[in-house]
Design a protein around this ligand. Structure first.
Ligand code: MG
Length: 263
């Protein structure tokens, strides 16, 4: 019995001892003796206080600091055609609809980095196939396209389907709703920077996209401007702030609830 007590005592001391050693190691590693002098407050940052904004009721509603680019009525307040003239796209039932032959439209405001929310709907009457079905697109800084397409039961090349960075990155998943149903894109875009050589990025553009709440592009590095034919890197050209552009690809794709937060 006495022997057992001694063993138990040794075991307790051993375990307790190890515990003490680990605890000491966690708080003051001998490798960094200066940490022993630190207090918790030394790594707390209080100023400036993070700006307080009011969220929307749902994730689709604009937060209080967003710029509303289209809220269902007047397209001409924030958009023009590419020549700067009034857009020929039509507004119907609160939606902004692409008109075949009317050309792209662009936001009057120009942006650097941003968070963009945009809702889109491809026609419920399904016509065409592959790239010819419900094609439009959201161009970031006028150059880099996030593809809009009816990709519900409509195969096309994977780096050209809905939510692709066109001809550069396929989406991580196909989370498309049926044609005729509203879908959301939340796009986080980091603008590129340039140095003296205007044909290369110092830091490339980066894009994250959520479609209908699912991550479809995870901070991808944009290789260069979107091109139908050719290698994106060959088309890099130094630029500053740019508009958001919406593509007329001949299909009556509708948009609504477009808002943006500058970053
Ligand atoms: Mg397109």
């Amino acid at each position: 019995m006495k022997k057992l007590l001694i063993i138990s005592s040794m075991l307790f001391t051993c375990v307790y001892g190890i515990g003490q050693t680990q605890q000491t190691t966690k708080t003051a590693p001998s490798k960094f003796p200066e940490l022993e002098k630190m207090t918790p407050g030394m790594t707390e940052i209080w100023e400036p206080e993070v700006k307080i904004i009011q969220p929307g009721v749902t994730n689709s509603d604009a937060p209080s600091d967003a710029i509303i680019l289209f809220s269902g009525t007047d397209v001409n307040a924030e958009w023009t055609d590419l020549q700067g003239n009034p857009s020929k796209w039509i507004v119907k039932d609160g939606a902004l609809i692409s008109v075949k032959g009317a050309g792209f439209i662009k936001s009057k405001r120009k942006f650097e980095s941003f968070q963009l929310h945009i809702e889109w709907k491809t026609p419920s009457e399904v016509t065409g196939e592959s790239q010819g079905r419900g094609n439009s697109g959201v161009f970031l800084q006028e150059l880099y396209e996030v593809q809009v397409l009816d990709s519900y039961n409509n195969r096309t090349y994977r780096n050209g389907q809905a939510a692709s960075i066109y001809k550069q990155y396929p989406p991580l998943v196909n989370v498309c709703r049926k044609p005729g149903e509203w879908q959301t894109y939340d796009i986080i875009y980091t603008a590129p920077t340039f140095g003296n050589d205007s044909t290369i990025f110092v830091t490339p553009p980066r894009v994250t996209v959520l479609q209908n709440g699912a991550l479809v592009q995870n901070n991808v590095i944009v290789r260069g401007p979107t091109e139908y034919i050719g290698i994106p890197e060959y088309f890099i050209k130094k630029h500053g702030p740019g508009s958001i552009e919406l593509q007329d690809h001949g299909n009556p794709v509708a948009y609504r609830n477009i808002w943006i937060r500058e970053l």
